[in-house]
Write a protein that binds this ligand. Structure first.
Ligand code: PLP
Ligand code: PMP
Length: 476
C-alpha cells in the first residue's frame, strides 16, 4: 500500500518522558534570541573573549586528487577536484585549511553552529526531502549519543520499545540501563516484517504485558547492524503505515546510509529513507559522521519534528552541550574544503562506499570458496560492514537430538579454536514474544562477519579457518 499523503496530526506531548516533560529551562537561555537582534548591544550573557583562548589556529589537511588549496571566502571546489586518496598521503605544501575558530569554539545555540547546521539542512533537503514543513536539525556527538537522547526524551522506566528481533547491542544495553523493555519484531530478508509489527500492536494486552503499547520503534534501516539488511522503500512504506495506524514514532538510526551498494554506483539514488516518506513528522532520523568521516569525529545530527527536537535540545543544553567545538571546527573545515554538496554526493561518498562494497563482495566470494555450502547460507550483499551468515544448524549431524543453542555455542568455540572470531547471533537477540518451533529456532542461528577492516590476505585466511572449523563440526 502507498501512504495516504494527507498528514496525520500528532500530539507530541503524549510521547514525552516524565524527565523531558518536567525539564526546566534556564531563563538565561531565553536571552539568546534578543542578542541576535541586529544592533543589540549585549551585556546579557557571559561569553568568553576569544583573545583569551590559547589557540589561534588549527590546520587540517584534506587529501584531494586535484589542486587542493582552500582559501576562506573563495569560490567552491568543483566536484572534479574531490577525489580523496586512501591511504592517506602527505599534504601538498601550502595545503592548509583554516577553521573558523572564533565562531566554532564559541558558545552557540545547542542546535549547532550556523555553518554546520546550514550544511546539514541542505544535505537533508537534497537527499531526503522530508515531505512536511516543521523539521529541524540538532547536532549530536554521533549516533550513540543521538539515539540515547531520543530514548531519554520519549521513554520512562518500564516503558516498552520496539526493536528488530536481532538488534544492535549498543541499543539493547543502554535501553536496559534506562529501564526500557525492548521487544523484538521478526525480520525477513527485506528487514522488519510489517505484518508481524501489526500483529504485536493489534494483540497488545496492557495487563498481560504490564504496560501500554510501545510509543516508538527503533531500527537500523540501511546495511543494518547486525543483519546487514537494507529495507526497500516499499517495505518502509508498509512499516510506516502500521506505525501510523498505531500512533507509533519511528527512530531510524542510519550510520551506514551511504555505505549501501547501489546498482549503478553514484548514478543511482540511495534507497529512500523513512524520513523521506514521513508526511506526519513521526520519524526521528539519526545521522553520523562516524562512517563517512571518522568515528573519532564524535559528531552527528538528528532530524525530526521541531516539537520533539526542541525537547531533546532542552535536555542537552543543561547537560552535555554536545558536540565539541574542536570537532565542529574540524568537520566544518572539511565540509568547506569539499565545497559543494554535489561533489560530496557524487565523488566523495561513492569513493567510500566503493571501498566497502568491494570488501563485501570479496568476503562473499571467499566464503563461497572456503566454507562448505552444507554449513552456511549466505545473504544478498547490501554493503555496509557486516554479512549476516546463517549457520545451517538444521543439517548439523547432532540436530535435533542436541539443542540448536548448544550446537551453535560449540560451533563458535570450534572457530575460536581455529583462531577466527565473529559475533554470534545470541549477542543481538532482543526479548521476543514470538514463538518458534524447534526447527524454526534452529534456523535462527547466525554469525555476524565484519569485513570492514582486515587486509584481504587475512580475509582469505579467516574464511579458510572458518571452513575448517565448520567442516569438522558438520563431520564433512
Ligand atoms: N548505531 C548503529 C546501528 C551502529 O552500528 C553504530 C556503530 O557503528 C552506532 C550507532 C554508533 O555510531 P556513532 O559512532 O555515530 O556513535
Ligand atoms: N565501539 C563503538 C562505540 C561503536 O559504535 C562501534 C560501531 N558500531 C563499534 C565499537 C564496533 O562495532 P560493533 O559494536 O557493532 O561490533
Amino acid at each position: 500500500p502507498s501512504i495516504d499523503p494527507a498528514p496525520v496530526k500528532i500530539d507530541f506531548t503524549k510521547y514525552f518522558s516524565k524527565e523531558s516533560t518536567g525539564r526546566k529551562r534556564s531563563q538565561l537561555k531565553e536571552l539568546k534570541p534578543y542578542s541576535e537582534i541586529p544592533g543589540m548591544i549585549s551585556f546579557g550573557v557571559g561569553i568568553p573573549h576569544p583573545s583569551t583562548w590559547p589557540v589561534n589556529g588549527m590546520t587540517l589537511s584534506v587529501p584531494f586528487a586535484g589542486k587542493s588549496v582552500y582559501i576562506p571566502g573563495h569560490e567552491s571546489r568543483s566536484p572534479e577536484d574531490m577525489l580523496p586518496l586512501a591511504p592517506y598521503s602527505d599534504p601538498v605544501k601550502g595545503d592548509h585549511l583554516f577553521p573558523d575558530l572564533a565562531g566554532e569554539l564559541q558558545y552557540s545555540a545547542t542546535y549547532g553552529t550556523p555553518h554546520l547546521l546550514g550544511w546539514i539542512k541542505e544535505h537533508i533537503q537534497r537527499v531526503h526531502a522530508p515531505p512536511y514543513q516543521d523539521w529541524v536539525n540538532l547536532c549530536t556527538a554521533g549516533n550513540t549519543d543521538g539515539v540515547d537522547a531520543v530514548m531519554r526524551a520519549v521513554f520512562d522506566r518500564g516503558d516498552y520499545m520496539l526493536v528488530e528481533e536481532f538488534a544492535y547491542p549498543g541499543l539493547l544495553s543502554p535501553a536496559a540501563t534506562l529501564g526500557i523493555k525492548c521487544l523484538g519484531v521478526p525480520l525477513d530478508t527485506e528487514g522488519l516484517v510489517p505484518e508481524a509489527l501489526d500483529e504485536i500492536l493489534t494483540q497488545w494486552d496492557e495487563k498481560e504485558r504490564g504496560g501500554p503499547r510501545p510509543k516508538m520503534l527503533v531500527l537500523v534501516p540501511t546495511c543494518s547492524n547486525p543483519a546487514g539488511v537494507t529495507i526497500p522503500v516499499q517495505r518502509k512504506r508498509e512499516i510506516y503505515s502500521v506505525c501510523r495506524k498505531w500512533d507509533v514514532l519511528i527512530c531510524e538510526d542510519d550510520p551506514y546510509c551511504f555505505l549501501q551498494i547501489r546498482p549503478d554506483g553514484a548514478n543511482s539514488p540511495i534507497v529512500p529513507s523513512f524520513l523521506s516518506v514521513d508526511t506526519d513528522g513521526r520519524v526521528i532520523r539519526v545521522d553520523s559522521f562516524s562512517k563517512i568521516v571518522a568515528p573519532g569525529s564524535r559528531l552527528g545530527w538528528i532530524t525530526g519534528h521541531q516539537t520533539l527536537v526542541e525537547k531533546i535540545m532542552n535536555t542537552r543544553e543543561s547537560a552535555t552541550q554536545c558536540p565539541s567545538g574542536f570537532s565542529i571546527a574540524a568537520i566544518a573545515a572539511i565540509l568547506r574544503a569539499w565545497g559543494s554538496h554535489e561533489g560530496f554526493e557524487k565523488k566523495y561518498i561513492p569513493h567510500i562506499s566503493d571501498i566497502y562494497a568491494k570488501r563485501c563482495l570479496l568476503m562473499i566470494d571467499l566464503l563461497k570458496k572456503h566454507v562448505p555450502s552444507a554449513t552456511i547460507e549466505l545473504p544478498e550483499p547490501s554493503g555496509g560492514m557486516f554479512l549476516w551468515v546463517r549457520l545451517k544448524i538444521e543439517s548439523h549431524p547432532s540436530f535435533p537430538s542436541e539443542d540448536a543453542e548448544v550446537i551453535s555455542k560449540r560451533v563458535f568455540k570450534a572457530m575460536i579454536d581455529e583462531k577466527v572470531l565473529m559475533a554470534p547471533s545470541e549477542f543481538f537477540k532482543a526479548p521476543s514474544i514470538s514463538t518458534w518451533t524447534k526447527e524454526e529456532e534452529a534456523k535462527r542461528n547466525f554469525v555476524r562477519i565484519s569485513f570492514s577492516l582486515p587486509p584481504p590476505e587475512q580475509m582469505e585466511e579467516g574464511c579458510r579457518r572458518m571452513g575448517r572449523a565448520l567442516a569438522k563440526e558438520w563431520k564433512l
